[in-house]
Design a protein around this ligand. Structure first.
Ligand code: FEO
Ligand code: CA
Ligand code: CA
Ligand code: CA
Length: 625
């Protein structure tokens, strides 16, 4: 692997490099199998104790669409430029850009030519914004927001080939990632960051953490630097987010594998192949920090890939990695409550052919009650979707897997394989409807569906909620737990939408009937429900506007109606960017939206592009979700 190339790869392509797919496929087979989805599109699906017709998203091509409903905005067209567009009557402005100071000592630290000096790199807003949540603490509004990864060519403009050349440059990249906690306030000019707020904090790849749950302290997570196996440092590749019912932040560690490499002999690490851990990291950390050097610390990767809880109420709190929720390439963590008060967390593992998980606590939670053990003592389940639109949650226990509890929680993917979980088309965000017991998962795309097994060798047959071979558009699967109880072991499912291109294709790649020439998109990724029950959908896909993607334009944010399946475009991002991360001000009048890896010179209009969070509001001062 040529290290100069890895820095330019997407995480999906980085996986591909480690585990290449076959060169060709039979297109006729692709189409034929995709159309056979009619098998699960017909009929009426029983959900819970009653029976319910499927949503409009499931209608066959040619069937009448559901009656048109009104969106609270006029949907917009596509864009291909380097700007943001929102509906008429709405406005936007940047809230915070990469490199912007959180503390006054970092005033002026950012320069369009040189970026940010290492000494200030953990005093500014981080790079590549992703999942975020807003908290109201002592009457103040505080956002916790992820910085997923870095763009060395932007963050290290002086470094050769955009790769760090020394320990300082590695330190700078480590400081640019992790989590930012920041107070924001609207002082009459729109929301701004409150510089020097006592809430402001950066959590980086070096921040001291603790670990709880059954894998904490096990031999699998002990290192030379932490012989107890309970005190890992750093949270990395922080992708999607979650919010606990008790007001803390959940940051989800996704493509952690890419940070490790070996300067000496490569150990035969358990699970390295399944998780994509190889000899050369994306950013050469291993050359300058022994913690990332597998030949010195073969267990260090076992300490990442977890859901990590951060208390945003004080910068002195120590983040906690919750091993009970499993070690996967975590996208986000959607917390709901079972009918009996137990905590339920839905989680996707974003890689081709990986699984969807659910954690259920043993203890119960009541408002204001204790939270001890709720994220460290429970059962982890993995999803099996049957072709008949039923599904079940399979418990991952020593009895079902033949693995010890620490093994299940460190090598969670292998545990899922042992019980026969359903291989999915790259599970991204999961969002639960606040108005009814159902959850949605964005299955962003899967170039390998039907063509190649997952990294563990599990077959990826076309069928069920993954109905198209070589799926380059993605779909959103939805499930409703038995009896309307998220604690139930069984569920019914359908597809809320199959993305596609009705201008280019007449078969299943045209998408489901709620996809039209006017709203088409590819690669759904971020998702969140607002308080009114609207589903906000963010995309991270091909924005070439050519070929299969002609007419889709730049990445975008859409709004979906759960009951009719109607979907309307709300926002378009600058070319090059994905839209990821969404939360609202306390009064619901402002939506904060993450714009990651923009192209051009957005948003400054000159110089290098800067990942930013923007604020979007209505000119008439009404609520926006
Ligand atoms: Fe970080 Fe799967 O997106
Ligand atoms: Ca994502
Ligand atoms: Ca994505
Ligand atoms: Ca991303």
């Amino acid at each position: 692997m040529d290290i100069k190339k890895t820095v330019d790869l997407s995480f999906d392509d980085f996986d591909e490099l480690r585990d290449p797919r076959p060169a060709s496929s039979d297109f006729d087979t692709v189409v034929e199998r995709a159309i056979s989805r009619r098998g699960f599109l017909g009929g009426v699906l029983a959900f819970g104790s009653g029976a319910m017709a499927m949503g409009a998203g499931m209608t066959l091509p040619g069937m009448a669409r559901a009656q048109s409903a009104t969106f609270p905005f006029q949907p917009i067209g596509i864009a291909t430029d380097f700007d943001i567009h929102v509906p008429e009557g709405y406005a936007w402005k940047p809230l915070v850009k990469w490199g912007q100071p959180l503390f006054s000592e970092a005033d002026g630290a950012y320069s369009p030519e040189t970026g940010v000096p290492v000494a200030m790199s953990d005093k500014v807003f981080g790079e590549n914004t992703d999942g975020m949540e807003l908290f109201v603490i002592d009457g103040k509004e505080v956002i916790a927001v992820n910085s997923e990864y870095v763009n060395p060519k932007i963050n290290l403009p002086a470094a050769s080939e955009g790769m760090p050349q020394n320990a300082d440059e590695v330190q700078l990249l480590k400081n640019m990632q992790g989590v930012t906690v920041m107070e924001i306030a609207d002082n009459g000019q729109g929301y701004e960051v409150v510089v020097d707020s006592p809430f402001n904090r950066r959590i980086t790849h070096d921040t001291q953490m603790t670990m709880d749950g059954p894998a904490a302290g096990s031999d699998l997570v002990k290192t030379n630097a932490d012989p107890e196996g309970k005190n890992p440092r750093g949270t990395m590749n922080n992708c999607g987010s979650g919010k606990t019912l008790w007001g803390t932040y959940l940051t989800c560690e996704e493509n952690f594998n890419g940070y490790f490499g070996a300067t000496g002999e490569m150990p035969e690490g358990q699970g390295y192949k399944r998780y994509g851990i190889g000899t050369q990291g994306r950013y050469a950390y291993e050359k300058f920090d022994p913690r990332y050097d597998l030949s010195q610390e073969p267990n260090e990767p076992h300490r990442h890939g977890f859901v990590t809880e951060i208390d945003p109420s004080s910068p002195d709190t120590v983040p906690v990695k919750h091993t009970a929720l499993g070690r996967i390439k975590h996208e986000n963590a959607e917390m709901v409550q079972a009918a009996d008060g137990r905590i339920v967390v839905y989680m996707g593992d974003d890689e081709r052919g990986e699984f969807i998980y659910k954690y259920v606590s043993n203890g119960t939670w009541t408002e204001g009650g204790p939270t001890d053990g709720l994220l460290s003592d429970g059962t982890l389940y993995v999803a099996k979707f049957n072709d008949d639109q039923t599904g079940e949650w399979l418990a991952l226990t020593p009895e079902t897997t033949g693995m010890s509890m620490p093994e299940i929680l460190v090598f969670t993917r292998m545990a899922g394989s042992k019980v026969g979980a359903t291989t999915m088309d790259r599970p991204e965000w999961i969002a639960a409807n606040p108005l009814k017991a159902e959850a949605y998962c964005a299955l962003t795309n899967n170039s390998r569906r039907g063509l190649k097994p997952n990294a563990g060798g599990d077959a990826t047959p076309v069928g069920g909620p993954n109905p198209r071979e070589a799926n380059n558009y993605g779909q959103i699967v939805r499930w409703r737990p038995e009896s309307g109880d998220h604690g139930a072991d069984t569920f019914g499912w359908d597809l809320y939408v199959m993305a596609g291109n009705p201008d280019v294709h007449q078969d299943a790649y045209a998408g489901s009937d709620n996809v039209t020439a006017g709203n088409m998109f590819n690669s759904p990724d971020g998702m969140a429900f607002d308080t009114t029950g609207l589903l906000w959908i963010q995309t991270d896909g091909d924005d070439s506007n050519e070929g299969d993607f002609a007419g889709m334009g730049n990445n975008q944010m859409l709004v979906g109606l759960p009951d009719t399946g109607e979907i309307a475009r709300f926002l378009t991002a600058p070319n090059g960017a994905e839209v990821t991360g969404l939360c609202w001000s306390a009064d619901r009048k402002v939506a904060f939206v993450g714009i990651q890896h923009p192209g051009g010179s957005w948003p400054d209009g000159a110089g290098k592009p800067r990942s930013s969070v923007i604020a979007v509001w209505r000119n008439d001062d009404a609520t926006i979700g």
